[in-house]
Design a binder for this molecule. Structure first.
Ligand SMILES: *Cc1c(COP(=O)(O)O)cnc(C)c1O
Length: 223
């Protein structure tokens, strides 16, 4: 399917989710996840109007970045090894996977400017998922203030691959509540306004529950 056709359908679903939850469409950024697809398919997405792209691995990211450079905004959405930070740091707009203090330290060391990061939270508690536990998040926010080049702009989570809508909703709602809690602390280094949540199978629910950045791969560009 053409990316433009898929994008239309996704935008329509986002509009409907916004209408159901009284939200503004403008608050939501679609991140096209291009990890499965070629440069050509990514080009098609760019032509269709997708301007934010996400990659979860260093090699895939560099291939796309070297080709497109600043024609798009880049998001690093996968687990990031500390030794690879220097290769992504001044190329990405946002890192969605800050999940440990040692990574914050490395980002701080390598960044030439303030780096916008999402703190990844393992809300569902699945063992295979990366991220802080919910109860660790506030202490992390306090401690990370010592790294002046790390700005926490929001929280990110990956929901499990399940059909159970009410469980998914509960996970997204928990992340939104946690975001509110952090935001209410008024940390200058952690405004924590955003919620990076929702993928191909669950983005409508995520939008209803407050997502500001949805990361969509397979249903937008294919697998
Ligand atoms: C692959 C991936 C996505 C997109 O997944 P789809 O189900 O294909 O939309 C989103 N977020 C992360 C972190 C991913 O690794």
């Amino acid at each position: 399917m053409d990316v433009a056709v898929n994008l239309d359908s996704i935008q329509k679903q986002i509009r409907q989710a916004c209408a159901r939850s009284n939200r503004n469409l403008e608050e939501i950024t679609i991140i096209g996840v291009t990890k499965y697809v070629t440069i050509e398919r990514t080009e098609e997405a760019l032509q269709a109007g997708v301007t934010n792209f996400g990659e979860n691995r260093l090699d895939g990211f560099l291939t796309k970045y070297n080709h497109f450079q600043d024609r798009a905004k880049w998001h690093f959405i996968g687990t990031l090894q500390s030794r690879k930070v220097k290769e992504v740091i001044d190329k990405v707009d946002m890192i969605h996977s800050l999940d440990r203090m040692s990574l914050a330290k490395e980002i701080n060391k390598r960044a030439s400017d303030v780096m916008d990061c999402f703190v990844q939270v393992n809300v569902s508690g699945e063992e295979t998922k990366h991220g802080l536990k919910t109860e660790e998040v506030l202490a992390f926010m306090e401690e990370v203030s010592k790294y002046e080049k790390v700005r926490v702009v929001g929280l990110m989570t990956m929901a499990p691959q399940i059909e159970d809508e009410s469980r998914l909703r509960e996970i997204f709602r928990s992340l939104a509540r946690l975001r509110d809690e952090v935001r209410n602390q008024n940390f200058s280094h952690a405004p924590c306004e955003f919620l990076s949540m929702g993928m191909s199978n669950d983005f409508s629910i995520a939008v209803e529950e407050g997502a500001t950045h949805i990361r969509i791969g397979s249903s937008l560009v294919g697998e």
